[in-house]
Design a protein around this ligand. Structure first.
Ligand code: NAP
Length: 319
């Protein structure tokens, strides 16, 4: 906990998307009536030098860097990988959005797309295109193992949802974790054990130096023959070319991808037309404006009252 002496200056709102900045500014102003919230483009030079708090949504890092007096940054997003990478080790403390509603939405998405693979929907889609009437065998969820990479705010909730649906759930994290009814793993051997055992692997780890390229040809070759893969974390956690090779070789049956190295996914990407890939436009867990604004407003009010910055991410660890 860092205690800072409080002074009042405008709060900067830094967002790349102007339309969304206008909406955020409106709802934030309603929930923080005693604060002056100013979009970056409207800040005077002396205000830029005085701002202590920046609320950011996919910001241009060069704009954030112009706020030289920042005490802390509040992100409106749960994932702050780009911010961490682009602001570097000297970044001010970063508070990411931790919202139970976001975790609920992500857990719902994990369950929905797990069912998509579990009930063989990609195969039925292929059959329909060829007018093939063929019933495929039903597999009870209790005979399917779902392996979660990441057991944080989102992974924990997803694990609960999958368990309640009857799947066998295994999960892997950086440090050893406990989760009721879930077999947990950490470390390299733990990852190997999870990959070997899982019918569906769901990626929910943040992108850090350690997780970039985590799922490469070697790891893919450890996965069960015909396993499915879901990536709801960040594109570069999986090596795209290695994934395509594994799908082409029949090693994996299908991949559901919500996140990519470059977003929007370029038209030239092979993922668009790959028959064993489902492309989603980064929609698995969008920020809920109503719940997020309450959490952010509470963080800022608490800071203004006490000078205590809310829990921040560990810049050295990257998440
Ligand atoms: P979190 O609470 O920080 O949890 C991260 C989890 O990943 C923790 O269990 C952590 O281990 C584990 N982890 C981190 N580095 C690891 C490593 N090197 N090896 C093994 N495990 C590692 O994050 P969260 O809130 O669950 O969010 C996870 C990610 O979801 C975000 O960073 C973002 O990329 C993504 N996301 C995507 C969307 C979307 O719409 N697609 C929306 C929101 C978030 P420990 O438990 O030991 O710390």
């Amino acid at each position: 906990m860092t205690v800072i002496t409080m002074t009042k200056s405008p709060i900067a709102l830094v967002a790349r998307d102007v339309a969304s900045a206008v909406q955020w500014q409106h709802v934030l102003s309603v929930h923080l009536p005693n604060e002056k919230i100013v979009q970056f483009a409207d800040l005077q030079s002396r205000e830029k030098a005085a701002v202590e708090i920046a609320i950011v949504a996919n910001p241009d890092p060069t704009e954030v860097a112009q706020l030289t007096n920042l005490v802390w940054i509040q992100s409106l997003w749960a994932g702050v990988e780009r911010l961490v990478a682009e602001l570097g080790p000297k970044a001010p403390p970063i508070v990411r959005l931790v919202d139970p509603e976001l975790a609920r939405t992500m857990a719902e998405a994990v369950l929905a797309w797990t069912y998509y693979l579990h009930r063989d929907m990609p195969a039925y889609l292929r059959q329909q295109k060829k007018a093939v009437w063929q019933q495929r065998p039903y597999v009870h969820p209790g005979r399917m193992t779902v392996g979660l990479l990441g057991l944080g705010a989102l992974g924990m909730r997803a694990a609960g949802r999958l368990k309640d649906a009857g799947f066998v759930v295994k999960a892997w994290s950086r440090s050893p974790r406990q989760c009721d009814g879930v077999e947990t793993f950490s470390g390299d051997d733990g990852l190997q054990a999870l990959l070997v055992a899982s019918d569906i692997v769901v990626c929910l780890v943040p992108l850090t130096c350690e997780t970039r390229g985590l799922i490469d040809a070697r790891r893919l070759s450890s996965m069960k023959e015909g396993a499915g893969l879901i990536n709801f974390a960040r594109g570069p956690v999986i090596v795209a070319e290695d994934l395509i090779d594994a799908l082409d070789a029949g090693r994996l049956s299908h991949a559901v991808l919500d996140v990519f190295d470059t977003e929007p996914l370029p038209e030239s990407s092979r993922f668009w037309s790959h028959p064993k890939v489902t492309v989603l436009p980064h929609i698995s867990a969008p920020t809920d404006r109503d719940t997020a604004v309450r959490i952010v407003a509470a963080n800022i009010q608490a800071y203004q009252a006490s000078g205590i910055i809310p829990a921040t991410i560990d810049l050295a660890r990257g998440y």
